[in-house]
Design a protein around this ligand. Structure first.
Ligand code: PEP
Ligand code: MG
Length: 591
């Protein structure tokens, strides 16, 4: 579709990475500058290398200036490391040294730089881990900065864009995003990007609605055109009609009103109308989420994914590093419990520092607790750090992907041994810290009554549980239609697990994505869950449902659902019940 024949109300759908609705004028930042590539004579090489080095020095100076400018802004302080990362890339031999080497093969600097960037992009594209793959954008951003300097193009001054702008760009570097002025920029859209890119993380920190991964938005938009974006659903509307604009103005008002109302939930207890108290905790996979956990009054961390401590580095983190990260979690949660899950790598989580072998079937391979039990030295380092932190505050430990009693017994044996070792060294720890397991395999569900005898709590990992129960790869878009939390088998698995926990007198919570979805809240309460742990920003919406329903209503719903043979019927029954009980919340149209 060419720019000029985009019709009224053209909908695009991308990845909504920062919620909120914005209606404004496009500020298209993608006016490209010409880059000339050619070969040079041998006697021009030294001058060309010198020109490239000057560009590198100028790029460093620009980054320093930006750092000075934004370092006074408190909400951005924790992201300043992005600028440091870019400065480090400017010293990296893979980019700088290789470009100089390419210039010496008689390429001009622009052409040499582009050649090296292409090579680096290929390397990054082959990385399986989504988080690491998206770090490619940092290298791209530095490359783009250097190319602009070499071509004499001016820096894109995002801090100066017109008021009421919705920025549309092929890609935005984190450095650019960081400089956005909330009083000018209403939202932004990019062709590229994913959910875990730094740019997306920053959009959430800045509270700017954003949709990324739109692929064609720069090709379809024109400067100053009116546009609507919904950063939650990822919907973008080009050339909206007056009617659509009015509708979205209303939705924006409703959204803001809702956000405002939801702030009040911070002070309210998570309790059902019949007095059942459910603990609502936060899941944590990166430092910046502590702030959100605090904002939404999470009652603790229900899942601390320790994998993120191992990402983006050559060596696994030392005992000291881990200890200090866990202590910092305790401090930041101000006395609330922190549930630390031991390393859960393998499957779709690739950690280069651990040199895992390629496996034909990684989801069922040497992952999670299997890896830890095999690499006992590494496991002991983590257990020492967790146990030491338990001497400082309310730490709970949790083991991932348990399939049998022998595994949990082996974990406990090593844990007791490590605790004794610490006590022998005179190092404080809590040898009686609560020990729990993730219930995320069919075998764990089937033997839940035995497992419940071994531990203090269960936490159901529905993300994996659904994958293993329904034999559907959770990351494969071709079978995504089968990945179904409403499947009658999943309902039964959840019920068996909750019943086994309660028969044994231990607590059970869910820390998979299902926990944060308000549509499932009543079902989960009906199943008897004691706690839900989720992305902290989901807490207010879940709490709102929770405070308006009773466990009895949930139990009645479960009874009905258990008689239904298909996901479709289960899903329709839940939908119907929620619309009837809470029409204000669940009768909202999707588009
Ligand atoms: C899960 O499987 O539901 C879970 C919470 O763990 P992860 O998503 O980290 O595998
Ligand atoms: Mg899991």
């Amino acid at each position: 579709m060419a720019k000029n024949n985009v019709t009224r109300d053209t909908y695009l759908v991308g990845i909504g990475v920062s919620p909120g609705i914005a209606i404004g004028q496009v500020n298209l930042l993608d006016q490209r500058y010409p880059v000339y590539e050619f070969s040079i004579e041998p006697d021009e090489i030294d001058a060309e290398v010198a020109r490239f080095r000057e560009a590198v020095a100028e790029a460093l100076a620009q980054l320093n200036r930006i750092k000075e400018r934004v370092s006074g802004q408190v909400h951005l302080r924790e992201h300043l490391y992005i600028l440091d990362t870019h400065m480090l890339i400017l010293e990296d031999d893979m980019l700088i040294g290789e470009t100089e080497a390419a210039i010496r093969t008689q390429r001009n600097a622009e052409s040499a730089l582009r050649q090296v960037l292409r090579k680096l992009r290929r390397l990054f594209d082959n990385i399986e881990d989504e988080y690491l793959r998206e770090r490619r954008s940092d290298v791209d951003a530095v490359g783009e900065r250097l190319l602009r300097i070499l071509c004499g193009a001016s820096e894109r001054m995002i801090s100066r864009v017109e008021k009421q702008s919705i920025i549309v760009a092929h890609d935005l570097s984190p450095t650019e995003t960081m400089q956005m002025d909330r009083s000018r920029v209403l939202g932004f859209l990019t062709d590229r990007g994913g959910r875990t890119s730094h740019t997306a993380i920053l959009a959430r920190s800045l509270d700017i609605p954003a949709v990324v991964g739109l692929e064609t938005v720069t090709a379809l938009t024109q400067d100053r055109q009116t546009i609507i974006i919904d950063g939650e659903s990822g919907i973008v509307i080009l050339n909206p009609s007056q009617e659509t604009i009015s509708e979205y103005r209303q939705r924006k008002k409703d959204y803001e009103q809702l956000e405002h109302e939801l702030e009040d939930y911070r002070h309210l207890t998570a309790v059902t109308t019949d007095g059942v108290r459910i603990s609502l905790c936060g899941n944590l996979e990166m430092e910046s989420e502590f702030k959100l956990a605090h904002k939404h009054a999470a009652e603790g961390i229900g899942l601390y994914r320790t994998e993120f401590l191992y990402l983006g580095r050559q060596q696994p983190p030392s005992e000291e590093e881990q200890f200090s990260a866990y202590c910092s979690a305790l401090e930041r949660m101000e006395g609330q419990p922190v549930t630390i899950r031991t390393l859960d790598i393998g499957g779709d989580k690739f950690v280069p520092a651990l040199n895992l072998e390629d496996e034909v079937n990684p989801a069922m391979g040497l992952r999670a607790i299997r890896f830890s039990l095999q690499e006992e030295t590494l496991f002991r380092v983590q257990l020492r750090a967790i146990l030491r932190a338990s001497g400082k505050g309310p730490v709970r430990i949790m083991f991932p992907m348990i399939t049998g009693v022998a595994e949990i017994r082996a974990c406990k044996r090593i844990l007791v041994d490590v605790a004794a070792e610490l006590q022998h060294e005179g190092i404080a720890c809590n040898p009686d810290l609560p020990v729990g397991i993730m219930i995320e395999t069919p075998s764990a569900v089937m033997i839940a009554p035995f497992l419940a005898q071994e531990v203090d709590f269960f936490s159901i990992g529905t993300n994996d549980l659904i994958q293993y129960f329904l034999a559907v790869d959770r990351g494969n878009e071709h079978v995504a239609y089968l990945y179904d939390p409403f499947h009658p088998a999943i309902l039964r698995a959840l019920k068996m697990t909750c019943d086994a926990a309660h028969d044994a007198g231990i607590s059970v919570c869910i820390c998979g994505e299902m926990a944060g979805e308000p549509l499932y809240t009543l079902v989960l309460i009906g199943l008897g869950l004691d706690g839900l742990s989720m992305n902290p920003s989901c807490i207010p919406r879940v709490k709102r449902v929770l405070r308006n329903v009773s466990r009895k209503q949930g139990q009645d719903l479960i009874e009905k659902l258990l008689s239904l043979p298909t996901s479709k019927e289960v899903s329709a029954a839940i939908d119907q019940e929620m619309r009837t009980l809470l029409p204000d919340l669940f009768n909202r149209p999707l588009l």
